[in-house]
Design a protein around this ligand. Sequence first.
Ligand code: TRP
Length: 337
Amino acid sequence: MEKKRILTGDRPTGRLHIGHYFGSLKNRVKMQNEGIYDPFILIADVQALTDNFNNPEKVRKNVREVAMDYLSVGIDPEKTTIYIQSLVPETAELTVFYANLVTIARLERNPTVKTEIAQKRDIFGESVTYGFLGYPVSQAADITAFNGELVPVGEDQLPLIEQCREIVRKFNSIYGEVLKEPEAVLSNTKRIKGLDGNEKMGKSLGNAIYLSDPEDEVNRKVMSAVTDPNRIKKDDLGNPDICMVYYYHKLFSTDEECKTVCSECKEGKRGCVACKKQLAQNINKELNPIREKRKYYEEHPEIVDKILKEGTAKAREEAKRTMKKVKKAMMLDYFED
Ligand code: TRP
């Protein structure tokens, strides 16, 4: 049986954190190991530049950081193709062709893009760049150049997949059935809140625990997590449902521990400091094997580079095959090659 092609990716704008871990990485590792998929992961440096065009150092540095994060959580380059977006220029070419199949009004209506533009006023001011407004078009190229069939995503990415599907249908209706229409797979994982209780964990919010954070950093961050503000003394009755420490216990601690944490907190029998220490310990236990593996790759950058080079070469072959079909369909195949 043909293995189904999965496409996922991340913008390399920072190291990956536990929000990524629960939100996508664990799921990617699981799907990779099921043996019925052929996963591709792109490190979307070109897309990262759409809102970081003035900070190329940041993007450059984080390409390898993100690659090491992937490898350290168990993305296996034998099973998953990891590649760098800018090194597959075919996707840029495809983006130009797709640009004719999308209206500006449609892009402006894309809810994800709309939200992001509103959040990025500091970069874009009153008028967004052509590149950022058009990144869904480039993402459609990222997916279709590799015949992506399944795209596991969080809810926020759904409008991008829908936009991709529209482009595919339009392309196929004009030039013939060449492209595969991808399907979004909504991962059952949820978005992880930040240490401060913010709905989103993120670098710019300063509320993230990174997979590569050393133990003492995790300890320090957990100590700063927001707890029930009405609980001042240990014997005050607490409400774990508004406590970020309990929220993370549910991710990192056993069911039994969670039950104890919950009941002791409600009864005022548990101090927040002890509760945080226990949580930090459990987080560190989960992160230790990841740190171990990461350390290995940090000490062997040549291995990381080899994996990226080989993955990119394989991805490029695939994109070239698609481009050939696309150009033929668009009557751009002027000469035999
Ligand atoms: N937009 C995605 C993000 O911000 C990254 C991405 C770029 C992507 N190209 C993709 C994801 C193709 C899936 C498929 O996380």
